[in-house]
Structure formats: structure tokens, C-alpha cells
Design a protein around this ligand. Structure first.
Ligand SMILES: [Zn+2]
Length: 467
């Protein structure tokens, strides 16, 4: 069989791997490549003919794994897309959200070019796909539960193993009869961390011959010693209770927001802090919270226990989910101390922009970053300590307090990545392929593995590996 890494090779985004078993072509993930988005190469340019792909396996719903599926379908892919039930629901929401982002961008581009008589390249602002393409994609979803072996063909069996990270996220483990020879390969997708609020710990991936693993946090270590609740209690106590101010938490609507809301629920219901008003200002967050309720049985034991004793993990007296724009704007007129959770996490677009616009010059405002902010984003500029930033075409001085914690990171760190490999049967494991990481992280992870005599490859994009 042949393995080709077509995306997330020596970079983080755009996961897309092709496994060819005697002519049967399996595509594992089909994510948006943000580096392409920033360049002139379009995500439309597949290095193969979409109609040649027999089946797609989707590890989880995040856009860098799922976000190019509607393009694949639009350009002729005609097979099934296999994923877990929560992944099907969340991927649909995220792909629909992508369409809104494309359309906004296209509109913004047109406005700008009219105003300044610029000639913007049309391809950059042309939506990659539309709602109807997302619907055609969702039509192809076939859901398979965790740990239930599923026959793709007489010779290929797929099992989804839970890996934490996001509700529904799975490693894809394939057992293959390749012309009479038994072979096995696992694609980790993204690997979560232990003791993450709401989610189960990653499960051990069964022994395989080949492991294609993510490497996002290779060489890096998460902060140890403090819990998510301790950090939240400290921050809220200072920002909202001692200073009587507001706390803004930019958060990704799906996954991080639910973990955050549950942690706050635990804090307030146990009386660790007096109730502080909490606004979750994101329609996508309230919609996806329904999915977390629907797949309640997949949440961790602690969350289930909380539910049995105290009720809905994602609901409490001082919490309000904001749906429409008017209510969102009304938050500016709320003068009591409060916590505002809104997206986008990196502060590029979304309702968070309004909240920052009105609060960045407020001494009694704290902004707590709980996720990664890529270079070039407003979030990155604030974290770097810029004294003046541009929001909505205005120059604003930063008087708010900026804080950050990595405790909500949904990726395992170097140690967690190493453990994923070490849990494998070393005598059986023939090769570890590193994907989904910047070159520095991959090299650090590879060095860690080589020091323990694991055979490791940092694959080159598009190169065919004969397994
Ligand atoms: Zn992910």
C-alpha cells in the first residue's frame, strides 16, 4: 500500500492524507490549509482527481481537518465520508460557519475595492464553497460509533478510537489485508490531553505497524501545577470582584466554550466565588452546546456525575446565552461586573471585536486568552504587548489588562505525544510519520523519538511512501 501526505506536511493546517490499498483510495481528513488561504494557491487545487477517491475518513470536526470537504464534493468526489456521530453534527456547523466567513470576506473585499479603487484579486475573495455544497457534503456522512470495527471492503477494517481533544474526535485505525499480507496503520488526528474539562482522556491506540501522528506541541510543555478552576477563580476574583470590572474571554465557540462554561458552573455552584453574570455571546456556541447535550453519554465521568447531582452542566442561574445582535450590543450597557465569553478566539472577526472595541480602553477590563493566537492576528498583537491596536478601523490605546493561560489547550504536549508512541508495541511499529506541526515542533518530537530508537519520518508533501 502507498501513503502520501498531501497536507499538514511540515505545517499545522490542511490535514489530508491519501492511503492507496491496491488501487482503493482512502482519503484521511480534508482540511482547509490556512497557509494556502494566505497565498495565491487555492484550496481548490487538489493533487489528485476528487472523483478518484473511494472513501473519506474524517478524524474530527475542526476546520483544518474537515473544512475542504465541500470543495472535494463540489469538484466531483462521490463517495461516503465516515466519521463519528458528534463529528458529523459539529462538522456541519463548522462548515456552514466557514461559508459565512467566506461570504463576509467576499463582501469586505468588494467594499474595500470600491472605496479605494483597488483591484483585488477575485480569486482571493471568491467563496470556496456555498451552503448547498455543505449540504451535499453532509449528505455523504456515514457515522460509526467509537470502538466499533467497520468493514470498508472485504480487506479493510476501520475502528475509531477516542482521543479526547474535541467531542467526537477519533484516531482512525485501519487493519488491512494487502494482497495476503496483514498490515495496520493508525492516523491519530489531533490528540487531546488528560483531565480536560468535559472530555474523556485519550484512549490507548492499539498496536500498529505504521503510526501517522500529529506533532503540534512537539518540544513544548504545558504549565503544570495549577488547575483550570484555580486559574479561573484567581482571574475572576481579581477582575470582577476586587476591581468590580469585566472579564472578556475570547474562545472558540465549539469545544473550548463548553469546557469553560462547565468549569464556571462548577466554580459558582460550589460557592468558590459569589455569582458573577456570565454572557456567552456566540450563536454557534449555543447551537453546538446542544450537540454536547445530545451526546451526553460521551462526556467524561465527572461531567456525567455533575449532571446527575446538579443538572445541566451548561446552564446556571447567572449565565445567559446571547443569540441576536441587538442583545449582544446591549451587553455594553450592562454596568455590573461580568464575564463575556465570545468568539473568534484569535480576535479576527466575530462579535468579540465589538466587545474589544468598547472595552480595550477600559482600565477595569481584563482579557484572558485561553487559546493559541497565530501571528498576524489581533490576539497575537495584544499578547505581544502592543500599546495601540486597530479595531474596526480605529486606533485604540490598550488600557485593559491582558492575561493568558495554556490550561485550556486541547492538544497534548511533548510528553503526551511521546506517550502516544510509547504505548505502541515497539517490536511491531515499523515507522512513525509526523504531521500537523511546524518544522521546529516536528524536529523536537523526532529527536525525542530517535533518542528512544523509534523509526521516525518527517514526510515531504506529496512524496509517496511504499508501506
Ligand atoms: Zn483539532
Amino acid at each position: 500500500m502507498k501513503l502520501t501526505i498531501h497536507g499538514a506536511a511540515r505545517q499545522v493546517t490542511g490535514s489530508m492524507h491519501l492511503l492507496d490499498v491496491a488501487g482503493y483510495k482512502i482519503l484521511i481528513d480534508c482540511g482547509l490549509d490556512y497557509e494556502k488561504e494566505r497565498s495565491t494557491i487555492s484550496n481548490e487545487n487538489f493533487p489528485f482527481r476528487p472523483e478518484e477517491i473511494d472513501v473519506v475518513i474524517l478524524t474530527h470536526a475542526h476546520i483544518d481537518h474537515s473544512g475542504n470537504l465541500p470543495t472535494l464534493v463540489r469538484l466531483g468526489f462521490n463517495g461516503q465520508i465516515l466519521c463519528t456521530p458528534p463529528t458529523a453534527d459539529l462538522a456541519e456547523m463548522l462548515m456552514m460557519d466557514s461559508v459565512s466567513i467566506f461570504l463576509n470576506k467576499a463582501q469586505g473585499g468588494r467594499k474595500r475595492s470600491r472605496g479605494k479603487h483597488h483591484h483585488h484579486s477575485n480569486t482571493a475573495s471568491q467563496p470556496l464553497y456555498l451552503h448547498k455544497h455543505v449540504m451535499d457534503t453532509v449528505d455523504r456522512f456515514v457515522t460509526i460509533g467509537f470502538n466499533r470495527p467497520f468493514k470498508l471492503t472485504g480487506d479493510i477494517e476501520l475502528t475509531f478510537v477516542p482521543v479526547g481533544h474535541l467531542l467526537g474526535a477519533a484516531a482512525a485505525v485501519l487493519k488491512i489485508n494487502d494482497n495476503g499480507v496483514e498490515k495496520s496503520i493508525a492516523f491519530t488526528g489531533d490528540i487531546g490531553r488528560k483531565n480536560y474539562p468535559v472530555l474523556n482522556d485519550p484512549e490507548v491506540i492499539p498496536p500498529v505497524d505504521y503510526l501517522v501522528t500529529e506533532s503540534t506541541y512537539g518540544g513544548r510543555h504545558h504549565t503544570k501545577g495549577k488547575t483550570v478552576e484555580e486559574v479561573l477563580v484567581d482571574t475572576i476574583d481579581k477582575a470582577c470582584i476586587k476591581e468590580n470590572g469585566r472579564l472578556i474571554i475570547p474562545a472558540f465557540s465549539i469545544g473550548r466554550t463548553q469546557s469553560l462554561v462547565y468549569s464556571l458552573n462548577k466554580i459558582f455552584s460550589s460557592g468558590l466565588l459569589p455569582p458573577v453574570k456570565v454572557f456567552v455571546d456566540s450563536p454557534l456556541a449555543s447551537r453546538s452546546t446542544q450537540t454536547f447535550r445530545k451526546f451526553h453519554s460521551l462526556l467524561n465521568e465527572e461531567a456525567q456525575d455533575f449532571y446527575n447531582k446538579k443538572g445541566d452542566e451548561f446552564e446556571f442561574d447567572n449565565l445567559t446565552y446571547i443569540e441576536n445582535l441587538k442583545d449582544s450590543r446591549d451587553i455594553s450597557n450592562y454596568f455590573e461586573p461580568c464575564i463575556i465569553i465570545s468568539s473568534a478566539g484569535m480576535l479576527e472577526g466575530g462579535r468579540i471585536q465589538d466587545h474589544l472595541f468598547y472595552n480595550i480602553q477600559n482600565y477595569y477590563c481584563t482579557i484572558l486568552f485561553i487559546g493559541y493566537c497565530a501571528k498576524g492576528t489581533l490576539g497575537h498583537r495584544l499578547l505581544r504587548g502592543d500599546p495601540i491596536v486597530h479595531i474596526k478601523d480605529r486606533e485604540l490605546a490598550v488600557y485593559a489588562t491582558i492575561k493568558q493561560t495554556d490550561l485550556f489547550s486541547a492538544h497534548g504536549d511533548h510528553e503526551d505525544l511521546m506517550n502516544t508512541v510509547k504505548q505502541q508495541d515497539k517490536a511491531k511499529l515499523k515507522q512513525v510519520f509526523l504531521v500537523h506541526g511546524d518544522p521546529q515542533s516536528m524536529e523536537a518530537f523526532a529527536a525525542g523519538l530517535e533518542a528512544e530508537d523509534y523509526p521516525v519520518t518527517i514526510p515531504e508533501k506529496g512524496l509517496v511512501y511504499e508501506l
